[in-house]
Write a protein that binds this ligand. Structure first.
Ligand code: SF4
Length: 216
């Protein structure tokens, strides 16, 4: 395997490969491109559900092998890990997740309203950002708080994981705010809703700064 390619980005990336500067160095992207090309060469449609599910099975099987190999290298016994009871996580216990989920609900309703009104072509990129990141912010916030009670990884790796997740949430917030600001020009009568969503994003940002682990 070439050293040129960075390790998979795990939770650090936002999966918007088309806009990503890391494409050239990203093994996830490279593997996916090869998967698509391979199907096209065979005259297959890679997005056919049956073909896609089959690819997914192979990806999981490869991942399982990689995990087992890594565990062996680090001296981790997966047999004992399998028998350990995983602690239950309720992400809603955490303020940051509740804020992110509330934003998800409000932004979701807003995007549906805009769909009904009609999205002008020049507002489409901002609308797409809004749609993409409202889900990602909530999902990554869930992942963030789930990691707080996960003692499977050592402290150093947990810290790297946490910082990566926080940075991708911040990126989602930044791009969502930019999208909302831009959309104001196209939807001036939605000022109230847009301002409300911006305020919610700011609250998530503040919570990330003040106390990630706060419960109430
Ligand atoms: S190329 Fe795609 S998978 Fe790789 S880091 Fe960028 S967005 Fe993530």
């Amino acid at each position: 395997m070439s050293d040129k390619f960075k390790p998979p980005p795990f939770n650090y990336c936002d999966y918007r490969c088309d806009r990503c500067d890391e494409k050239e160095n990203c093994r996830v992207f490279r593997d996916d491109q090869e998967r698509l090309l391979d199907h096209y060469r065979k005259g297959e449609d890679p997005y056919d559900p049956e073909i896609f599910m089959n690819d997914l099975k192979q990806i999981f099987s490869r991942t399982e092998k990689m995990i087992k190999k890594a565990a062996q290298e680090y001296g981790i016994s997966l047999d004992s890990a399998e028998n350990e009871e995983m602690p239950e996580v309720d992400p809603k216990e955490y303020v940051v997740y509740r804020l992110a989920y509330k934003y998800f609900e409000e932004a979701n309703a807003f995007t549906k309203k805009l769909e009904k009104i009609g999205i002008p072509e020049n507002a489409r990129p901002d609308y797409d950002d809004l749609v993409w990141y409202h889900t990602l912010i909530a999902a990554k916030s869930g992942r963030l708080v789930s990691g707080f009670i996960d003692d499977f990884l050592d402290d150093e790796i947990s810290t790297i994981e946490e910082e990566g997740t926080v940075s991708v949430i911040r990126k989602g917030i930044r791009l969502s705010k930019r999208a909302l600001e831009n959309m104001l020009g196209e939807f001036p009568d939605q000022l109230h809703a847009i301002a409300g969503l911006m305020e919610m994003l700011t609250q998530i940002e503040k919570q990330l700064e003040s106390d990630l682990r706060q419960k109430k």
